[in-house]
Design a binder for this molecule. Structure first.
Ligand code: AMP
Length: 396
């Protein structure tokens, strides 16, 4: 089976074409500046990337372009559109209405539309991606894989905020969580590695955006992101959790609206805000090497926040069998993993310095006598979307 995975943004569209027999990516690409002027990057497996300007007025134009590229005699990897068996879409939010991946039909599109208030940037774009595929490749089954779905098993005491209940009833204000596809995938892999379907696992998705989840026997029981991805850990440019009164305090003192302050909390805060150097943790590491004091503090803030979540989640689960590190930082930054694990050694976490420096295929980086296993599991959200899509289409 061949599955096309689409991640549509408001003016961009990323895609990967998977051969589901081998799980290999046959080709991938990115269409940018849709509706502005248009540019694309396209890479067929084993060949050089092609980068070109190309006018795209709409997401439908982008889908037409990617199909041309995938089927072209020179750039292509498939003979015709008919070879694409299904399309899987990354969709931000289905609110409380959908808790697993689903075949797209009118009801699903209506739910994505109804949830625009809680995913104002992403849901409309995700819907545009779906409708563009319907237009350009009619009859090809489409599947929606939601970023929030995995977290729908959280109990009310985890997802409610302690604010007037009417805001939950009127506006669906509650914790939804994000990166669900990643947390689901790596926690599932962790249970297989541990050989224990009932294990208590904390999954740390640490990338440009970062979130942590508490997963008890395969079910998410809490997560750090909230109504929006702003809550939780300090991130590349996001503040993470702060005293909410800071919003009106800064707004009044700087003559800004609440929306403008929240924009600053999303785009100019996090390690970028604290250091003034960069949102990229490799740049922060380089700044620490060069003796930048604020960069040192920013990294300590990041580690401390992660440790607070791990400790808190171990408490609410009543134990901890494994910690999983994933995403750009979690998979690659062995120094950070070691520092965090050393700080929480009292929980029974003991890292193996050698394994941690070079994680192997078994993913285990803790010492043999560590009470809590530490795992480094590469995430692959696109592959999970492709696998969900293939499984649903095969069933129907
Ligand atoms: P992601 O959003 O998952 O792509 O992760 C991006 C973050 O991962 C950035 O802050 C990068 O600095 C960090 N990152 C990516 N690769 C590495 C690496 N090899 N070593 C350290 N950090 C990395």
């Amino acid at each position: 089976m061949t599955v096309l995975v689409i991640n549509a943004g408001s003016s961009s569209l990323k895609f990967q074409l998977f051969d589901m027999d081998t799980h290999e990516v046959k080709a991938k690409g990115l269409c940018e500046r849709i509706g502005i002027d248009g540019r694309y990057k396209y890479t067929a497996a084993g060949r050089d990337a092609i980068v070109n300007d190309y006018e795209m007025k709409s997401h439908s134009d982008a889908i037409r372009l990617l199909i041309d590229l995938l089927t072209d005699k020179e750039t292509g990897v498939i003979a015709s559109l008919e070879e694409i068996d299904a399309v899987g879409h990354r969709v931000l939010s289905a609110g409380e209405k959908i808790s697993e991946s689903v075949i797209v039909d009118q009801r699903v599109k209506d739910i994505i539309r109804e949830c625009i208030p809680i995913g104002p940037l992403h849901n409309p774009a995700n819907l545009m991606g779906i409708e563009a595929c319907e237009e350009v490749m009619p009859g090809v089954p489409q599947v929606a894989v939601f970023d929030t779905a995995f977290h729908q098993t959280m109990p009310p005491e985890a997802y409610l905020y302690a604010i007037p209940y009417e805001y939950y009833e009127k506006y669906m204000v509650r914790r939804y969580g994000f990166h669900g596809t990643s947390h689901r995938y790596v926690s599932g892999e962790a249970l297989k590695i541990l050989g224990n379907p009932n294990a208590k696992v904390v999954t740390c998705h640490l990338g440009n955006g970062s979130s942590i989840a508490a997963v008890d026997a395969g079910k998410c029981v809490d997560t750090s992101m909230g109504l929006t991805p702003l809550e939780g850990l300090p991130m590349g440019t996001r503040s993470g959790s702060i005293d909410p009164a800071i919003v009106s305090f800064i707004a009044e003192n700087e003559g800004l609206t609440a929306t403008e302050v929240v924009n600053i909390l999303n785009k100019k805060s996090g390690v970028l805000g604290v250091t003034g150097v960069s949102s990229d943790f490799r740049d922060i590491d380089a700044a620490v090497e060069a003796g930048n004091e604020r960069a040192k503090i920013a990294l300590k803030m990041f580690n401390r926040s992660i440790e607070k979540y791990i400790g808190g989640y171990a408490c609410i689960m009543g134990g901890l069998d494994a910690i999983v590190f994933t995403a750009g930082i979690g998979e690659n930054n062995s120094v950070m993993r070691r520092e965090i694990c050393d700080d929480i050694a009292f929980l029974g976490v003991k890292i193996d310095p050698e394994k941690n420096a070079h994680p192997g295929k078994d993913c285990v980086v803790s010492a043999a006598d560590s009470k809590v296993k530490v795992l480094v599991i590469p995430t692959n959200e696109e592959l999970v979307i492709a696998m969900d899509t293939a499984a649903l289409v095969a069933k129907n």
